[in-house]
Design a protein around this ligand. Sequence first.
Ligand SMILES: [Zn+2]
Length: 94
Amino acid sequence: MTDEKRCPSCRQWTQWERLPEDRCAHCDAPLMVGLPRTQTAETERNEANRPIWLEAKATDGKVMRIVRNVALVAHIVYAGIMALIMMLFAALVH
Ligand SMILES: [Zn+2]
């Protein structure tokens, strides 16, 4: 599976096959070594899984974090209600 990874050396996005020997297409730096500890898999996973508008930033204050959590719950509830409406609609049509 091919993925993209930000090069630790030149900060460009490059093809990454999740292999230790993969190198940056721009500067030929190895992608798996020299990674700063602050930019490990955990932050990348969060960026990949969360909607962009829910992405917590280091600059967010406490209030902003609460707002984001409320928005996330509202999003889940909304999705649940929509699924329920779709099921009721399907039941009524048939
Ligand atoms: Zn590079």
